[in-house]
Write a protein that binds this ligand. Structure first.
Ligand SMILES: Cc1ncc(COP(=O)(O)O)c(C=O)c1O
Length: 424
């Protein structure tokens, strides 16, 4: 639809995948959803939120302040609570000395992702991303007219050698000054479910540090949205923890997946030089995220109820992950050339089909799955830069977030039928 008078930024935002996907999910509401990255409704902590609300709003005199405006980066006492939370996660008490002005509270981590694209990218600037990667961030980059270049990625996450050779190639082409950011989801990636392996973490940080200079800073954005949802495997240190000087890695985390996406509380740790520019842009946008929600999260963190809740959430998702993996084995094992990744955490199983089976919105598979088999998934091609003509077309992101274990099995059975149908 052509609407006259719109800005370039508005026009660039019009083709974004997330809105299209939400619409597709809405149109196919009669389908079992292996698509939505939503959290499981039955785990949402209504009682904990009610209890915390009572605590933070009483007595009246202090309660009222929680309903007042705050400050752009978030109220200092609250950032203090998030800093303590991070010190526990990183198992490093020294983090309690991290200057509070490096911590910014945002409306979900999505806001930080968007603010950063605005902070760093002019049209034609380059972002290097894992491939596949979080498609909503790809849209945000598209929105700024950024060039997005995929870095070779395997079952251990972004490949450091691949990153180095891309940096070298772009430099040889005289384009080093256009490279602004490297982006990776470090734990249980959306969409691949992969975590960057322990031996790659420090190396990736060092590479970005080596290629960064005061005149041409290069940043590494660590999106740790799924960090809390660990079902098995080692407790991995963040990429951020390897950035001793704190000048290279931007860490962003959210309580959307581990507590409640309705509250949209995210927090980030920024290199010193980015704090003011990010806050300046945030000031234009909202001059501070919902203070009440931040107080609420601070209360549940301090009271210990967050930790107890997270244990239950993790246990429930682990059952659902196992249900999806068992169903994958049961229904897909004998379909030629199908393979999938076993995630140790997060919400997604990434499945690859035979190369000739396309999975996109306009594919026979998507049509048959949604119209006849009544199951919906996220086409994998959304998770690669659209400018990449050779992007794989035969993959699917399957979420075990919203459906019950029984429905997950049923959904996988339906999907396998759909795959068989289009293979015949
Ligand atoms: C990888 C990743 N990053 C960031 C977000 C944004 O989450 P929120 O804005 O709710 O914190 C999501 C949401 O699905 C995600 O999957």
């Amino acid at each position: 639809m052509h609407i006259p008078g719109l800005s370039t930024v508005a026009k660039r935002a019009s083709g974004q995948a997330i809105s299209y996907l939400m619409q597709a999910a809405f149109q196919h509401s009669d389908c079992l959803s292996l698509a939505a990255g939503f959290v499981d409704e039955s785990t949402l902590p209504t009682q904990l939120v009610l209890d915390a609300t009572k605590r933070i709003l009483t007595p009246n005199a202090t309660g009222r302040s929680k309903l007042q405006y705050g400050t752009t980066p978030g109220v200092e006492s609250l950032r203090d609570v998030f800093r303590s939370h991070l010190a526990v996660l990183e198992n490093n008490p020294d983090i309690n000395n991290l200057p509070l002005d490096r911590i910014v509270l945002t409306t979900g981590s999505q806001q930080l992702l968007c603010l950063l694209t605005q902070t760093l990218f002019d049209p034609g600037d380059i972002c290097l991303v894992a491939a596949p990667t979080y498609f909503v961030f790809l849209s945000a980059l598209d929105g700024m007219g950024a060039e997005i270049i995929p870095v070779p990625t395997d079952d251990n996450g972004m490949n450091p050698d691949g990153l180095e050779s891309i940096l070298q190639n772009l430099t040889d082409q005289g384009r080093r000054h256009r490279i602004k950011l490297v982006y990776a989801v470090s734990y249980y990636d959306n969409p691949s479910g992969i975590s960057i392996s322990a031996d790659r973490r420090q190396r990736l940080v060092h590479i970005v540090q080596e290629w960064s200079s005061p005149q041409q800073p290069l940043f590494l954005l660590e999106d740790a949205a799924y960090r809390g949802l660990r079902y098995e495997g080692p407790v991995l240190p963040s990429l951020w923890s390897y950035d001793g000087a704190g000048e290279t890695v931007i860490l962003t985390q959210t309580f959307s997946k581990s507590f409640s996406p309705g509250l949209r509380v995210g927090f980030s740790v920024l290199p010193k030089n980015l704090v003011k520019p990010v806050c300046d842009l945030k000031g234009n946008e909202d001059f501070g995220s919902a203070r009440f929600n931040q107080h609420l999260l601070a209360d549940v963190l301090q009271s210990g109820s967050y930790t107890a809740h997270l244990k239950q959430v993790v246990a429930s998702y682990e059952v659902k992950r196992n249900a999806m993996l068992a169903a994958a084995t049961e229904f897909f094992s004998d379909i030629p050339h199908v393979h999938w990744i076993r995630p140790s955490g997060g919400l997604y199983v990434w499945m690859t089909l035979s190369p000739e089976i396309h999975t996109g919105f306009d594919s026979r598979l998507f049509e048959y799955a949604t119209q006849t088999a009544k199951v919906i998934y996220v086409p994998g091609e959304l998770c690669y830069p659209t400018s990449w003509n050779d992007r794989p077309r035969n993959q699917m992101r399957l979420s075990f977030g919203v459906e019950s274990p029984a429905n997950i099995r049923e959904g996988m059975q339906r999907l396998a039928c759909a795959v068989r149908h289009v293979t015949e």
